[in-house]
Ligand binder design. Structure first.
Ligand code: PHE
Length: 345
């Protein structure tokens, strides 16, 4: 029958059609699979097919349609993967790359790293320890027994209801930890975060950082302490920096002192940073109280030592001319990005 022949011809045509581009594939689709395709026309002719052959005719046309669909699908996938490959080959490798935002080191970290760097040069090594401390290491071993009035100097955060566990109020606790596990000579620097229950304002915060120094050996004297601090001040603030030592009190050092440096901004002329005095206070220090050495099982007749503690934020504020301590913990990237170009070392 003629319609059967037509179906066979179409099948041949489908097999033989050359398709070399997405455009010719589209023409193929319209011709054989579109809403007005010749296959549809052929289907329409089923009316003229005698009933007993209708089923076979239907199957034949379906086979033709399926052949068209399969060819279409196969070529479509081929063209798609070619397009992807040609996308890759069109990559322009000479184009500038996407830039990534680079972080910057935090001013507190910068100051701490610079201090560590200076003290390393004269033999100090870094020791770090826990921020949650027990009463012994934060207070009692440092000659601050429970009823000692000097405990009020440091407004303490207690952990839950347990009065024996505190957030360390100073890094002097690391002194005790190190003297517990190490015998002299000891020459350490302990940078770290400390906590005090103080009202937050432009000048003070409830957490900040300290760098504590400790040197214990035979014949360590107050003169050694002064030499060490003078060296630090000259390295950190500039070679013409002078230090001034004022008597003070800390329970764990005897004698104790507070140290000022000549103002690195106005060099003594008077400015806002030194409040027109020519001097800025930078640290507390003293000779380790023999009682503290004994508490850590170090023979205080044979050994002596000095210790000092520096408030890092105070120095960062002065050094970078920052007026409000709170910006140091707010992590505002607009502020932090100012420090991108600062290189340590
Ligand atoms: N721990 C003292 C403070 O937090 C500082 C200090 C350290 C003083 C070591 C003397 C010796 O204020």
């Amino acid at each position: 029958m003629e319609v059967f022949d037509k179906a066979s011809q179409l099948l041949e045509e489908i097999k033989n059609t050359e398709i070399s581009s997405p455009e010719s594939l589209e023409q193929f689709r319209i011709k054989f699979l579109g809403s007005k395709s010749i296959l549809k026309d052929l289907f329409g002719e089923i009316k003229s097919v005698p009933n007993e052959l209708k089923k076979e005719f239907g199957q034949r046309i379906n086979a033709v349609k399926q052949a068209a669909e399969e060819k279409f699908q196969l070529l479509k996938e081929q063209f798609e993967s070619q397009t992807q490959q040609s996308d890759v080959s069109e990559l322009d490798l000479t184009r500038p790359g996407y830039s990534h935002a680079i972080g910057s080191r935090h001013p507190v970290r910068l100051v701490m790293e610079e201090m560590v760097e200076i003290f390393k040069r004269i033999g100090f090594v870094v020791e770090e320890d826990r921020e949650i401390e027990d009463d012994w290491h934060n207070f009692s071993a440092l000659n601050l027994p429970e009823d000692h009035p000097a405990r009020d100097m440091q407004d303490t955060f207690y952990i839950s209801l347990d009065p024996a566990t505190v957030l360390r109020t100073h890094t002097s606790s690391v002194q005790v930890r190190v003297m517990d596990r190490q015998k002299p000579p000891i020459r350490i620097l302990s940078p770290g975060k400390v906590f005090r229950n103080e009202t937050i304002s432009a000048r003070s915060h409830c957490f900040f950082h300290q760098v504590e120094g400790l040197y214990v050996d035979e014949n360590v004297s107050f003169a050694d302490l002064l030499q060490t601090l003078q060296f630090f001040a000259a390295e950190f603030f500039g070679s013409d920096t002078k230090i001034k030592v004022r008597p003070s009190y800390f329970p764990f050092t005897e004698p104790s002192a507070e140290v000022d440096v000549s103002c690195f901004l106005c060099h003594g002329e008077g400015c806002n940073v030194c409040k027109h005095t020519g001097w800025v206070e930078i640290l507390g220090c003293g000779m380790v109280d023999p009682k503290v050495l004994e508490n850590c099982k170090i023979d205080s007749k044979r050994y002596s030592g000095f210790a000092f503690g520096v408030g890092v934020e105070r120095i960062a504020l002065m050094k970078y001319g920052i007026k409000d301590i709170r910006v140091l913990s707010e992590n505002d990237v607009r502020f932090l990005s100012h420090f991108k170009s600062v290189v340590v070392g």
